[in-house]
Design a protein around this ligand. Structure first.
Ligand SMILES: [Zn+2]
Length: 282
């Protein structure tokens, strides 16, 4: 927490009452961004987003997938990051990046699939890269490809292309951290030679075997954005990875907090109300 978020009054937005429409998922029902200057408000697992921008569905070196989910919105910094990464991946001959979930038009909690992705600074990018543009049907229901078999990467799928892509993303200054399956982190720890500084941002987490999750740092001049604790020093290949090696590969009950109804910053109530007003206007 920092800036005016520190000590800010938080407000529980009870599902079904906040939108005034009786919706169980008021944030998911919003179809258009909130106006105003771009602002990531709160934290990735308890926040919202003003002034969001839609990622163009087709760009240089990338394609957005599952467009019907309406989760292709983000802070302008996130849009710029994806477009740059697409160009770099294309320049490196890696194929077409498949861009998965980002945020809803005004961020906020999602009805399924993610605890975070609430402030427009998170994006899921598939490890599998397309060698030709996906068709409309393929991008609506793309086939996930896991890079992991058991506790190790699957050598029939994992290759240097994924390592190069992760490094391109991790070496982007505005990227705060990147979540990957622990087996992928272990593989990187054991195989990357030379400059290993970028491994620091690669963080092991459950899942993330067919996509990696990029989280951007709080934008400058965004005092309502709650920064996470800094990533620890070092490459993360020692004690932290050892801790993961004794964890189960799926989260247990105590590892699953309720992300559906987080306590959101008070400012998010205004962001949500603005949506209801917009929906009512002719
Ligand atoms: Zn994600």
């Amino acid at each position: 927490m920092r800036g005016r978020m520190a000590g800010a009054v938080v407000l529980m937005l009870a599902a079904g009452t906040a939108a005034g429409a009786g919706s169980a998922d008021p944030w998911a029902d919003i179809r258009v961004p909130a106006s105003g200057r771009p602002e990531a408000i709160g934290s990735p697992a308890a926040g919202c987003l003003a002034g969001a921008v839609a990622l163009p569905p087709d760009g240089d070196g990338y394609q957005a997938i599952r467009l019907e989910r309406n989760r292709f919105y983000g802070h302008p910094d996130t849009i710029a990051f994806i477009r740059r990464l697409g160009r770099k991946a294309k320049g490196a001959g890696l194929g077409i990046l498949l861009i998965g979930d980002m945020a809803q038009p005004r961020g906020g909690p999602m009805s399924f699939g993610h605890g975070s992705h609430q402030t427009g600074l998170d994006v899921d990018i598939w490890f599998r890269m397309a060698q030709r543009p996906l068709t409309a049907a393929e991008r609506a229901e793309p086939q996930p490809v896991s890079m992991v078999a058991g506790r190790h990467v699957d050598p029939s799928r994992w290759s240097g292309a994924q390592v190069r892509l992760l490094r391109l993303a991790a070496e982007t200054p505005e990227v705060d951290r990147i979540f990957v399956n622990p087996a992928i982190k272990a593989e990187l720890c054991g195989s990357v030679t030379g400059d290993r500084a970028w491994l620091r941002k690669i963080r092991p987490w459950w899942g993330h075997d067919e996509h990696f999750h990029v989280r951007l740092a709080c934008p400058k001049d965004d005092p309502a954005c709650a920064a996470q604790a800094p990533v620890p020093e070092g490459d993360g290949c020692g004690a932290e990875l050892a801790w993961w090696s004794v964890r189960g590969m799926v989260p247990g009950p105590s590892d699953r907090p309720d992300h559906r109804h987080p306590r959101l910053p008070a400012a998010c109530a205004g962001i949500l109300k603005q949506a209801a007003a917009a929906a009512r206007s002719p």
